[in-house]
Design a protein around this ligand. Structure first.
Ligand code: MG
Length: 137
């Protein structure tokens, strides 16, 4: 007789989070895809923790295509989640375990990106796209 049953994770819609300029405060590319020089955007760790109540958080970036860069983003998230939880690594790991790290753009319910516009059926003027600047520029 089986005394335990593996709990299937509760299904939640996917929230796709960009990395640079959303979680990572620098929108400056390092020397390699695995080079992550900056601190988090203020409130980023709080946001990720809160979002997990309603969403499966998937972190997807131009970095994601490289295994070494995904590992670097994971290490960076672990460091800053651990700081967020005042040194509690197990709390950080509990959050980290629920984050998905796709290497292809995931099918997401909603995406948060600093270099995107919401398409609402009306084409933007090319000049507006040319003039586009992310929030931190
Ligand atoms: Mg970005």
């Amino acid at each position: 007789m089986r005394l335990w049953r593996r709990q299937a994770p509760e299904w939640r819609p996917v929230l796709c989070l960009d990395f640079d300029g959303v979680l990572h405060s620098h929108d400056v590319y390092g020397k390699t895809l695995a080079d992550i020089p900056g601190p988090p955007v203020t409130g980023a760790m709080d946001f990720v923790v809160g979002a997990q109540d309603k969403f499966t958080v998937a972190i997807y970036s131009y970095r994601s295509r490289r295994w070494s860069a995904r590992r670097a983003m994971q290490r960076w998230m672990r460091l800053h989640l651990t700081r967020h939880f005042a040194g509690d690594e197990s709390a950080a790991d509990a959050v980290l375990r629920q984050i998905q790290w796709p290497w292809l753009k995931p099918a997401a319910s909603v995406t948060l990106d600093d270099r995107a516009l919401t398409f609402r059926g009306t084409w933007p003027a090319i000049a507006d796209l040319v003039a586009f600047r992310p929030w931190n520029r």
